[in-house]
Design a protein. Structure first.
Length: 139
């Protein structure tokens, strides 16, 4: 597993690549739809931006707080639970939105939808004992 410092360095590289290439990223993210999610830090109150892969459900953006199967949730998840008003950068558009954590049975349905598109997410469940949250974002 990566350390928090390694995650931050990776995020900085992906954010720069995303912005330089009109929302497209290479490497492990090639071909995956990406969004830049800006949350308000739960403790700091400062804006925090994270690159996240997503799927859609009708006109909603769906994020999986997997952190690649780590034993703790990603920082962006804690931030949006504390402050659900977020900013998204997607498809050349930047806009304010509101996030919420999906409850069952919606959570399982949306998680299965992600697995159907990106199989590796199914494996993340086996790497951790936590229930991986699913976040729904609406304009």
């Amino acid at each position: 597993m990566r350390s928090d410092e390694q995650w931050l360095a990776l995020n900085e590289r992906v954010i720069a690549e995303f912005r330089a290439n009109g929302g497209q990223c290479g490497g492990a993210f090639a071909g995956n739809p990406m969004v830049l999610l800006t949350t308000t830090g739960a403790r700091s109150g400062q804006p925090r931006t994270a690159p996240v892969t997503y799927t859609t459900d009708e006109d909603r953006i769906v994020l999986i707080a997997s952190k690649a199967g780590a034993d703790h949730h990603p920082a962006w998840y804690h931030n949006l639970v504390a402050n659900p008003e977020v900013i998204l950068e997607i498809d050349g558009d930047t806009f304010a939105a509101r996030a919420r954590v999906a409850e069952e049975p919606e959570r399982s349905r949306l998680f299965a939808g992600r697995v159907a598109v990106m199989e590796r997410f199914d494996g993340y469940r086996t790497l951790t004992e936590r229930t991986i949250p699913v976040v729904v974002i609406e304009r």
